[in-house]
Ligand binder design. Sequence first.
Ligand code: SF4
Length: 290
Amino acid sequence: MSDMTWKNRDKFDTRLYENLKNDCQKCFGLCCVALYFSTSEGFPTDKEAGKPCINLHHNFSCTIHNSLIEKGLKGCVAYDCFGAGQKAAQVTYNGKDWQEAPDSARQMFEVFSIMRQLHEMLWYLTEAVLIKVNSAMQEDIACLIREIEGLTYLNADALIVLEIDSYREKANDLLKKVSKLVRIKFPRDQKNTINCKKTIAGRLNLIGEDLRKINLMGEDLAGALLIAADLRESDLRGTNLIGADLRDADIRGANLTESLFITQAQVNTAKGDPNTRLPAWIDYPKAWYK
Ligand code: SF4
């Protein structure tokens, strides 16, 4: 593959992702309260936004943390705040939780939602800057990272009026450019018609498909529905998986070391094993060793 890309990917500075990984112990269970649950998104029941989940302990731990999948709460496993929970809790609100300050609860949940969007952008941009596509683009990405990182330290009043869409547009534009430049470097099968498949709400529908014999290297599977797809031993290097739904996708033995824009939550919901190869910044789910 091109030396512009992954040369140093295994030697990256782990501190880059330090603040972008969930640290529930420093959070106030914000995702377990602020968000709504819907049965269509992998929850056994519906829950209104702003209402604490019945499984949330008053010390903000999850009482069923070790059996979320068995109890039908796959939606929780699929959720990633990208470290926004602890940032809102410890930085914006300085450790004062919504139980201690119920008047600020509603605002805190709004702030959490904005912080999550900022941290999500930081997650993807961090990967994009590691790829080192070219120096001009790398500087643009680094610049945007610094700008967004700065926003995460704004106070609550400033955060809730933030015009976040303009940052999303800038980030999406850069991520798309990086994806294109990287994917072009991977050998493609010109006869591959995977992107001509039907879509559901604009998302490529690959639910339950056996994709083992299809060359997916360098494909753009952004947002694709890969639920329960068979990807065993697949080579997914250079495949853009941003926003793809990998719930129950079988990725045992697959190579995702150079997949683009994969998150921990996507990996947590997939079926892998110790032979699955992951990027250096993604942890192996414990369930894969059972
Ligand atoms: S089940 Fe646990 S992780 Fe999921 S929302 Fe409830 S408390 Fe949070």
